[in-house]
Design a protein around this ligand. Structure first.
Ligand SMILES: NC(=O)c1ccc[n+]([C@@H]2O[C@H](COP(=O)([O-])OP(=O)(O)OC[C@H]3O[C@@H](n4cnc5c(N)ncnc54)[C@H](O)[C@@H]3O)[C@@H](O)[C@H]2O)c1
Length: 460
């Protein structure tokens, strides 16, 4: 049995990690856990995923994953085939590993508050097998103080060991995004907030050798916890601004992407202005909840924060706004939604992923279903069972059957596959004066118009 990474000299940890003479247990083998585990296994580490869902454990041990992330299935299959990746529901395996990474979910509660029950359960289960020398890294997105005031006391009380003395403990936010998760996990700088300096050093050594990444070590876990929330609040607010600029540009008949492209050339501080892109909505597991974590934090501190509520509220208007654009575009062609055939292309929450968690496309699709239109839905990334969470309409097997005789094409996720069929071919298949509503601004307006479509983007 390994002696553990924590509490050794820097040189010993360096040797242990460099030679990969240690294992990594990843607790919570969902979207993030599977990406982390599969990448580390691909880089030569023995990895065991621990999950309470039997289906996840069975899938992984058969070399499969249903996490819809590009390239992940291959990494999982290779890792399992090479004997470096496996999964279990038995926390007992923790004793055989030096590093424990916790990536369980932290959903939003009914009052827009963070639910950290899975963090508590994972802490209790990990603690039963904790021993001297372990380094525990929490990666779930949590409100400040969760690591030290919730996670740490459970670990210590259950195990009888002390953090920073007997075992190491750090919080490292996970900042990757779906769709490019593997690349981002291997490139985004790591932030470490540890309970003591030795935990921080052991953690930085792991990431340096495991991923080739240097770490930014901040004061303590609570600072690192706040870093993640700050990142996602910035993204959500920035997109909200882009979305409101798009609404203004729609009224003024301008192209918002030209405005943003030129605006972003201005240097400000140490970087340029960096306005992100407008779209038909913001979804997914993180941006829809992390600003609410900040809002809830403000409430607990007696602060009436405006920014998180504003970003969430603005972005939540976009599906309804998109549906309004469609109604208007059809009316301009002398058509009504209820008498039209509408082809929705893409229902995942973002381009080039099959992830439908909290997808804004669901609201547009629901409005279309209620409208009485003839609805076709096509998404090559989304499996049929996942599609049921968004629509009751069975998915069309290919883009051509979805688009045939359509009065409107509504792109809600701009998957790369949609660009493989020539626009002129789609226009031939569609009805006359077919509307092309590009909810992700992923097509060239001039090309779509040249093909014969009545094109409209969000803000262009
Ligand atoms: N999805 C993203 O893109 C993303 C990005 C950055 C950070 N995060 C954060 O990472 C965390 C995980 O997100 P996710 O998308 O992987 O969630 P997920 O729901 O896909 O995965 C969580 C997994 O944990 C398992 N689990 C729950 N309780 C457990 C327990 N006690 N022991 C073992 N396993 C348990 C669940 O069965 C599930 O498989 C969240 O805090 C999230 O906010 C997510």
């Amino acid at each position: 049995m390994a002696r553990g990474a924590f509490g050794r000299s820097d040189a010993e940890i360096d040797l242990l990690v460099r030679g990969m003479r240690s294992g990594i247990a990843v607790v919570g083998f969902g979207y993030i856990g599977t990406v982390i585990g599969a990448v580390l296994a691909d880089r030569g580490w023995p990895v065991v995923g621990i999950d309470v869902r039997d289906s996840v454990v069975d899938d992984i041990n058969s070399g499969r994953t249903n996490v819809p992330e590009p390239g992940l299935g291959e990494l999982v299959a290779n890792g399992v085939r090479a004997g470096r990746l496996r999964a279990t529901a038995d926390y007992g395996v923790i004793a055989e590993n030096d590093f424990i990474i916790v990536t369980v979910g932290t959903p939003l509660g009914p009052d827009y508050e963070p639910i950290v029950d899975d963090i508590k359960a994972a802490a209790r289960a990990v603690a039963q097998h904790l021993r001297e020398g372990h380094l525990v890294i929490l990666k779930s997105t949590v409100p400040p103080d969760t690591t030290e005031k919730i996670f740490l006391p459970i670990l210590e009380e259950t195990s009888g060991l002390r953090a920073g003395v007997d075992f190491g403990l750090a919080f490292c936010p996970e900042r990757l995004a779906e769709g490019q998760a593997i690349r981002e996990f291997l490139s985004i700088p790591i932030v470490i907030g540890a309970v003591d300096e030795r935990s921080a050093r052991a953690c930085a050594t792991l990431w340096r050798h495991a991923l080739g990444l240097e770490s930014i070590v901040v004061e303590d876990p609570r600072t690192a916890e706040m870093v993640k929330l700050a990142d996602n609040l910035w993204i959500d607010l920035n997109i909200a601004m882009a979305n409101e600029l798009a609404k203004v540009c729609d009224r003024l008949g301008m192209d918002v992407l030209q405005v943003i492209g030129a605006a972003n050339s201005m240097p400000k501080g140490s970087h340029n202005v960096n306005i992100l892109s407008p779209s038909m909505g913001v979804g997914g597991y993180c941006l829809t909840k992390d600003p609410w974590f900040v809002n809830h934090l403000g409430e607990t501190l007696g602060l009436d924060l405006q920014v998180p509520r504003t970003s969430r509220t603005v972005n939540d208007t976009m599906p309804g706004y998109t549906y309004g654009l469609l109604t208007q575009l059809l009316a301009d062609q002398g058509k009504t939604i209820e008498d039209s055939k509408i082809a929705v292309l893409g229902i995942a929450f973002k381009n080039n992923t099959g992830d439908c968690r909290l997808t804004p496309t669901k609201y547009v699709v629901s409005l279309l279903e209620e409208s009485g239109c003839q609805l076709c839905v096509h998404d090559p990334w989304v499996p049929e069972d996942e599609a049921h969470t968004v629509t009751s309409v069975p998915l069309s097997p290919d883009i051509e059957s979805a688009v045939k005789d359509a009065d409107a094409l509504v792109v809600l996720a701009g998957h790369r596959e949609f660009h493989q069929t020539p626009l002129v071919r789609l226009a031939d298949l569609a009805a006359d004066r077919c509307v092309f509503l590009d909810g992700r601004n992923s097509f060239d307006p001039a090309a779509a118009r040249a093909a014969g479509f009545v094109y409209k983007g969000i803000g262009r």
